[in-house]
Design a protein around this ligand. Structure first.
Ligand code: C5P
Length: 208
């Protein structure tokens, strides 16, 4: 139904994006990949030669964020991944992006994927999914994504990067990565995209 918020949270490379995009089409709701907001802020700092942990600079970049920043083609890749996670730990950055995300969702409802949608951004979302997969499977998926973009990557390095980023996202004091108390858990380790979608639809429909 219009105005519905569906939150899709979980660690990196668990299949949230693919799933959330399909759910948005199925429910006729707008979709927002909230990781792009943090990526765009991190990218601005990298471009300026600044340290992504620089709170003053990062807050200014978050406040100046415009929709066009999300369409940049250089928001994915190891440097952008780590810069996003670094700026995401800064409370003032999260505060600046909170209104942005709430305005987006309140306009017509939305399917939003991220880390804290069900816990912080929309704690009263009608349905919350927490999507996980084993570290081995998430590494395989990230490697395949990179390969599809023509980037050769070392599996051990990709796995290490996922571990560091998840640990950082789970350990930060503000809006850490964790399932909301009322989240529906979906482990996609043994599910392909189609099966994950079918399972997610059933879980969500039990809440709507
Ligand atoms: O989802 P994605 O991997 O694109 O997110 C990049 C980074 O942005 C995450 O590692 C996390 O630090 C941050 N993030 C966040 N809260 C969100 C979405 C992303 O802290 N809602």
């Amino acid at each position: 139904p219009a105005g519905t918020i569906i939150a899709v949270d979980g660690p990196a490379a668990a299949g949230k994006g693919t799933l959330a995009r399909r759910l948005a089409v199925a429910f006729g709701l707008p979709y927002l990949d909230t990781g792009l907001l943090y990526r765009a802020v991190g990218r601005r700092l990298l471009d300026a030669g600044a340290d992504p942990r620089d709170a003053i600079h990062a807050e200014a970049a978050a406040r100046a964020l415009i929709a066009e920043d999300l369409a940049r083609t250089d928001l994915r890749g190891p440097a952008a991944d780590m810069a996003a996670s670094a700026v995401a730990a800064i409370p003032a950055v999260r505060a600046a992006l909170l209104d942005w995300q709430r305005d987006f969702g309140r306009a017509q409802g939305a399917v939003m994927d991220g880390r804290d949608i069900g816990t912080v951004v929309f704690p009263d979302a009608q349905a919350k999914l927490f999507v996980t997969a084993s570290i081995e499977e998430r590494t395989r998926r990230r490697l395949a994504e990179l390969r599809a973009r023509g980037i050769a990557a070392d599996p051990a390095q990709v796995e290490a990067e996922l571990r560091v980023r998840d640990a950082q996202d789970e350990a930060r004091p503000v809006a850490p990565l964790r399932p909301a108390a009322d989240a529906l858990l979906l482990d996609t380790t043994d599910l392909d995209a189609e099966a994950a979608f079918t399972e997610a639809l059933q879980l969500i429909e039990s809440r709507l």
